[in-house]
Ligand binder design. Structure first.
Ligand SMILES: NC(=O)C1=CN([C@@H]2O[C@H](COP(=O)(O)OP(=O)(O)OC[C@H]3O[C@@H](n4cnc5c(N)ncnc54)[C@H](O)[C@@H]3O)[C@@H](O)[C@H]2O)C=CC1
Ligand SMILES: O=C(O)CCC(=O)C(=O)O
Length: 544
């Protein structure tokens, strides 16, 4: 059987993960770690891949990702996604996933190893003895027990470090805006504002992601506020500490020592002053480098990719809501209903869009409606944009264009188990349409403008507004027949007898231009629009 998906692996991945991918006949696996150092070749190779698995060595920059049309998923075998331009990936409709948890314990243990090694001068004492010296007093250290450790970032690694440090008899202070003070106390951590942390700690360790907010979290002002003789460990990301400021604080004796596992850039240049500094202990980004962690993240990365490409299941995505297979199966037809409603709106009015309001009523109101709104937006924008639009990027693309997509929800619905209504405001008009599923998957249009209607939301639809008078509908039928266009269904809706009414005719083919011109010439026919939607049962690739 020929493989359906091509997966590129551009960093060293444990063989156990590769085996999981290779065992699935739908996947062709290409391992090429040379690509990590060649952005142009990487870009070309990604152009022929459906998914890519990376660690921290591959930089997926905007230049590498922009314009990729085949690539659907990036999986980071690890936690930090700062080497991936997630914004560009999202715009391209590419899901970015990571494998949180798999390397937590190894990274926490490495942090403790560095804390201990720094305190007990393990590396210089080892080098000295190997060089033939027996220098015991020079390497007198400092005990961890009884000292205060400040942990910045109390996520998975930060909490695991706290637990171990408490085991060593340390007092632990912690700062994390997303951990409640009560939960921190339960974990034996004293919640502490950053400003207080600097002056109270004998040791500081960082466990936050590198973001615009955390870049240079520790700089000259923070070093100035620190307790003299503080020791610092960074097993999170280079860039969190302002390196020249750290060197200055080490030289001034304010900081007694630093242990650094992560650098900016990686690898650092051979003559990097931080790496060469005598008070600095360094390791080459080894936090997650244990057999256990690498097997765990590699196997998980492979499964994430198989689940996503093979089954449409989204787990541990950093740029879209998670979606498991059962939820996708349940929501699939509502997602498609939302998408078709969007496609209908796009063809009904091509004015400049201002805002979109989606109203969810009945059972659907308690489901993941943000995804349905994304599906609506994808349908609404897909013909207007050159890039492909899907559940990942639709809302971002709308937001980038200044279009607000809002939602309202209500459990009440008069006639339908679930009802989705969309109101689109353009510079020309405000237009409403509502749709519902009949049975499990029959897609019906049940409201258009101010009118109630009931017709299939599929295939070719001729929508016309007209005066509600005898004979007009018959003339339309005759006209279509004269042009050999078969009518599958016809529905009309009106607000009052003899007033303006709407008609929807489901056709088996697109009427020729002469038929439309003849229609437009009929007396009392105000507007004619031809809408083209997918046929019954047709779904886009991203919903299969
Ligand atoms: N050296 C290595 O090999 C490894 C490094 N890492 C790094 O460690 C970081 C943490 O990993 P996990 O604990 O698994 O991630 P996590 O997502 O579980 O924890 C990160 C925590 O940082 C907190 N945070 C974010 N901004 C903050 C701020 N300004 N101040 C205080 N807290 C803030 C978040 O609320 C979250 O609780 C990763 O982002 C990654 O960069 C992770 C694994 C291995
Ligand atoms: O792939 C690696 O070994 C680096 C791990 C890491 O830094 C992360 O998971 O954030």
């Amino acid at each position: 059987m020929a493989a359906t998906y091509r997966v590129l692996v551009t960093d060293k991945l444990a063989s156990e993960g590769l085996e999981v991918l290779k065992a699935d006949p739908r996947f062709e696996v290409v391992v090429d770690s040379k690509l990590a150092g060649d952005p142009q070749a990487l870009r070309t190779a990604l152009g022929e891949a459906d998914g890519v698995v990376i660690r921290s060595g591959t930089m997926l920059t905007p230049e590498v990702l922009r314009g990729q049309t085949r690539l659907k998923a990036i999986v980071r075998a690890g936690v930090g996604v700062d080497n991936i331009d997630v914004t560009t990936a999202t715009r391209q409709g590419i899901v970015v996933m990571n494998t949180p948890g798999g390397n937590t314990l190894s990274t926490a243990e490495h942090t403790l190893a560095l804390l201990l090694a720094l305190s007990r001068n393990i590396a210089p004492a080892c080098a000295s003895l190997k060089a033939g010296r027996w220098d015991r007093s020079k390497y007198t250290g400092s005990q961890l027990a009884g000292k205060t450790l400040g942990i910045i970032g109390l996520g998975r690694v930060g909490q695991a470090v706290a637990q171990r440090a408490i085991g060593f008899g340390m007092k632990v202070l912690g700062h994390d805006p997303f951990l409640s003070p009560d939960r921190a106390r339960e974990l034996g951590i004293e919640p502490t504002p950053l400003a207080e942390m600097w002056c109270r700690c004998d040791y500081l360790t960082l466990h936050v992601p590198l973001t615009e907010e955390t870049r240079h979290l520790i700089g000259p002002a923070q070093f100035a506020a620190m307790k003299p003789g503080v020791r610092i460990v960074n097993c999170a990301r280079g860039g969190l500490i302002d390196e020249p400021a750290l060197i200055a604080a080490l030289d001034a004796g304010k900081v007694a020592g630093a242990a650094i596992d992560v650098f900016e850039p990686e690898p650092p240049p051979a003559d990097d002053p931080l790496v060469r500094h005598p008070k600095v202990l360094v390791t080459p980004h080894l936090g997650a480098s244990t057999e256990e962690a690498q097997i765990s993240v590699a196997v998980e990365a492979a499964r994430l990719l198989i689940d996503f490409l093979g089954e449409g299941r989204v787990r541990f995505a950093v740029n879209m809501p998670n979606l498991d297979k059962a939820e996708l199966d349940e929501l699939r037809h509502h997602l498609e209903l939302g998408r078709r409603l969007g496609m209908l709106h796009a063809q009904m009015d091509r004015g400049a869009a201002r805002s979109v309001k989606l109203d969810y009523r009945g059972d659907i109101a308690s489901r993941n409606t943000r995804l349905i709104s994304a599906a609506f937006t994808a349908g609404w924008m897909e013909t207007a944009l050159t890039e492909s639009v899907n559940l990942v990027n639709a809302l971002v693309l709308a937001q980038e264009r200044g279009i607000q997509i809002t939602e309202s929800h209500s459990r009440d619905t008069e006639d339908f188990g679930s009802l989705i209504s969309a109101e689109v405001v353009t510079d020309r008009k405000t237009y409403h349409a509502s749709a519902a599923l009949f049975g499990r998957q029959r897609m019906r249009l049940v409201g258009l403008g101010p009118y109630q209607i009931d017709c299939d939301l599929e295939g070719v639809m001729l929508i016309f507004t007209h005066l509600d008078r005898p004979g007009l509908i018959g003339s339309i039928g005759t006209l279509m027949g004269n042009h050999n266009v078969n009518i599958a269904q016809m529905n009309v809706g009106r607000a009052v007898k003899g007033g303006e009414a709407i008609g929807v005719v489901n056709l088996d083919s697109i009427p020729p231009e002469e038929a439309l011109e003849a229609l437009r010439a009929l007396p009392d026919l105000y507007s004619v629009t031809v809408i083209q939607l997918p046929e019954r049962g047709e779904l886009p690739a991203w919903l299969l």
